[in-house]
Design a protein around this ligand. Sequence first.
Ligand code: ADP
Ligand code: MG
Length: 225
Amino acid sequence: MTTVLAARELRKSFGRTQALRGADLSVGDGEILAVMGPSGSGKSTLLHCLGGVLRPDSGEVTFGEIRIDRLADRERSRLRRTSFGFVFQFGQLVPELPVVENIALPLLLEGRNRRSALAEAADWASRLGLDGLWDRLPVELSGGQAQLAAIGRALAARPRVVFADEPTGALDSVAADQVMELLADTVRGEDACMVIVTHEPRVAAYADRTAIVRDGRVVQPVRAR
Ligand code: ADP
Ligand code: MG
């Protein structure tokens, strides 16, 4: 399996808190990797360093031939926009915009014309089972529907890597299963890979491998499913 994304010896502190203390991790082509571990162990910080949201204090993050940790802020945000998709615990949809426009946002940012961006966003909405909900505002959706819309937005620009931080944390188990099924199927169907932070074993069961984080390190072995 080809490695898409690799982190080596990542360290990151916030003031006196050492959130990462030498974390190593890699994600292969087509792989879904779950990241589990206690609250405060550094999972979100690790995800943010991998996704170029945060710059580690030291260590390396490699995406193909690119050293993400060495990129200037502008290049890092460009890479995030063009190659990565993010899903968070609370969808973080733009409250003023209907579902279809939320999903279209990354396409519009890419410079696509409005008509084709909205048409493609409507396709995504259908694929995610949101037919008939295109015109709704986020406040008019259930938690599960809002999360599906957020997934549509994360995937619309066809990212190489999807980062999800407790994407089912605010959902009941039925909605969580529906969200995970669609998320995992879509990521696999798009030939993307995904790093998903979760504390729910039923969510980790959708992954190919699980990495456990403890005290700012990925403790070995990373077990296969
Ligand atoms: P997890 O996602 O596993 O719960 P985090 O990566 O969010 O853990 O946090 C790891 C440690 O770093 C925690 O002690 C947390 O309080 C601290 N931390 C994370 N982000 C910040 C921040 N922006 N400022 C200060 N401390 C932070
Ligand atoms: Mg977290």
